[in-house]
Design a protein around this ligand. Sequence first.
Ligand code: TYM
Length: 328
Amino acid sequence: MRIFSGIQPTGRKHLGNYIGAIRQYVEGQERGDPALFCIVDLHAITVAYDPEDLRQRLYDTTAILLAAGLDPARCVLFRQSDVHEHTELSWLLGGVCAHGDLNRMHQFKEKSAAQRELVSAGLFFYPVLQAADVLAYRAEEVPVGEDQRQHIELMREIARRFNERFGETLIVPEHRIPEVGAKVMDLQEPDRKMSTTVGSDSGRVYVLDEEKAIRKKFGSAVTDSGRDIKRGEGKQGIANLIGILSAARGVSEESVEAEFEGAGYGDFKKAVADGVVEYLRPVREAYPAIRSDEQGLEAVLAAGAERARELASVTLADVRSAMGVGPA
Ligand code: TYM
């Protein structure tokens, strides 16, 4: 089973990224043959950014993935811009992707509305590059959070259209969205997802947050005026905390509800903070040594890119040939 996923090197990675995606990558590397994980720097340049900052964030994200348990001996970890096949394939796939489909993308609508100076054409084309990322490896499974569902649907449509028009060439991939934690919500505004770009720092827990900060953020998490620690109508805040604790402890949401039946919100929030502090501790502790060795990080990425290129170049040759591009 080939597994592929991508993560942006923007901002600081938060609990939503960790629960929705990163923990699935680590699990996926045991099953993947291979499992490929890509830090998508070319996606990050579609909105306003600072070039030097991008490089630093790329190392930050690489180090977080390694600290979280990705092992370069058991997976392929690489930087998107190192493998030119992604950009070439995205252009080729642009020929079978409907403009109208791109127009419907929620993420484009949200992100374009947030841009102050320029809504780039790259931002519009973003989902096609994302399709190329996955289709270049003929990956079958794509672990992501709920917010990527529409992008995965689109890449499936692109693969189907390509195969219909040019003959069976690409694999139509499936998403893998976790049952719990696919959409971790903002702690201050529990009706919207935890996000790097929207909301305040107190609403999101960073993977590298110190224990004290984690406790403070959960302590002030917004709940409701009721008393029940149960999921349900008007209980987004509590439901979010239940989901987070269930993911952190690796138990079901029902068992969290049963354990805290009759408990007060204050005690519950404290338990969630404890759970998350312990959950993230190994990553937080492993990170500094990994992050400080930039040469080591570059070596990991270079080796990953080499293996990625070997796989992607095969697909690219097939796609070019099926499309009649280049010599026969
Ligand atoms: P990105 O970098 O925004 O997010 C990385 C992963 O984290 C998940 N995620 C969440 N999961 C649960 N709750 C949340 N609040 C939350 N916020 C983010 C995302 O669903 C994602 O899985 N377009 C992608 C990157 C990408 C990609 C790909 C993904 C590029 N090429 C190919 C899969 C396959 C993105 O911006 O992810």
